[in-house]
Design a binder for this molecule. Structure first.
Ligand SMILES: Cc1cc2nc3c(=O)[nH]c(=O)nc-3n(C[C@H](O)[C@H](O)[C@H](O)COP(=O)(O)OP(=O)(O)OC[C@H]3O[C@@H](n4cnc5c(N)ncnc54)[C@H](O)[C@@H]3O)c2cc1C
Length: 294
């Protein structure tokens, strides 16, 4: 199928983009990498009358490192983030998640902000943002700037707390200071590059004896939004992540999922996967610093 007719404007400044959004309301849609929006338009699942292209806005691209956070412009390409060595050291879970997103070709075009704004419940980047408690910065012409924790941004499948007239401009990622930080991203999909049937992400910091000092983890594809479990993560603090502990925590997390059934997998299988993948991720990340120190 082909997209319904639409008008196209390439914004030359953020102010121009925000003005177009404010003037055209629900008729207008931002386009970043186009890797989700264009297929949706081709299938007529989206019919914007006006596309506002934000790809050339220089202020929305790139990575900047501040004290304890990495600030990433919303239109930064996924592939550029994946290859950023400084980012791999500062926010290791983000490049680990990116390796699972689509294909090199889609990551060459797809943006970080586009993936978060699209809010597919099986997408890897929303899960990483929720696990690490990233902050999303939104701008609109009339409302100025708004900052939202990722955990409050995702409301339902493809529904976010972003308002119609808002543009996501940047995402701030906490940097975990100190040694012993490791992460793991585990996923099952029909083929590599497909959206996940279920996924698990975790970042863990261990002390020199291999005891967990800090932990964050979550599950994707098993509810309408990414799920995070700060209370279960606290249970890991001060302890070695043994197989028994990882299994117990992963099963407790999986019991809280609300997976759906479709032609690829039923709810029971997705819940089973959630427990297996999370256990695996916890063991990989929990063992990594101990191995490195040995
Ligand atoms: C073959 C294929 C396989 C894929 N596999 C995966 C996968 O395994 N995992 C995965 O997560 N994704 C996958 N994707 C989707 C891909 O990651 C997209 O890049 C991503 O979902 C959307 O990013 P984008 O920059 O292309 O956004 P676009 O398609 O341009 O936009 C998507 C939506 O976000 C809105 N938007 C974009 N930027 C902003 C902004 N700055 N502020 C507010 N709203 C904005 C748009 O209006 C639109 O509604 C795949 C895509 C393809 C084509």
């Amino acid at each position: 199928m082909k997209a319904a007719p639409f008008a196209y404007r390439r914004a030359e400044s953020l102010e121009e983009a925000l003005d177009l959004l404010a003037t055209h309301g629900a008729e207008a849609k931002l386009i970043a990498g186009g890797q989700s929006l264009v297929p949706m338009m081709a299938m007529r699942l989206a019919r914007p009358a006006l596309l506002v292209d934000i790809n050339r806005l220089p202020g929305l691209k790139g990575v900047a490192f501040g004290p304890q956070r990495a600030v990433i412009g919303a239109t930064t390409r996924q592939r550029d983030l994946e290859l950023d060595a400084a980012l791999q050291r500062a926010v290791p879970l983000l490049p680990a998640a990116l390796a699972w997103v689509g294909h090199v070709q889609t990551r060459n075009r797809g943006t970080l902000g586009g993936s978060l704004a699209h809010a597919d419940p099986s997408a890897e980047l929303p899960l990483a943002a929720a696990v690490l408690d990233a902050t999303l910065v939104l701008r609109s012409r009339d409302g100025g700037e708004r900052r939202l924790p990722a955990r409050e941004f995702f409301l339902a499948p493809m529904v976010t707390a972003a308002r119609e007239q808002e543009c996501l401009t940047a995402i701030e990622w906490p940097i975990w200071d100190g040694p012993g930080v490791a992460c793991a991203f585990e996923e099952v999909a029909i083929r590599h590059g497909d959206f996940a049937i279920a996924s698990a992400a975790c970042q863990i910091q261990c002390d020199a004896e291999g005891r967990c000092r800090r932990a964050a983890f979550g599950l994707g594809g098993v509810a309408g939004t990414p799920l995070v479990f700060p209370d279960l993560a606290r249970q890991l603090i001060g302890r070695h992540i043994t197989d028994a502990l990882a299994r117990e925590v992963a099963q407790a997390a999986a019991a809280r999922t609300e997976p759906g059934s479709d032609t690829h997998a039923d709810a029971e299988y997705r819940r089973h996967l959630a427990a297996v993948l999370l256990r695996r991720a916890l063991l990989r990340a929990g063992a990594a610093p101990a191995r490195a120190a040995a």
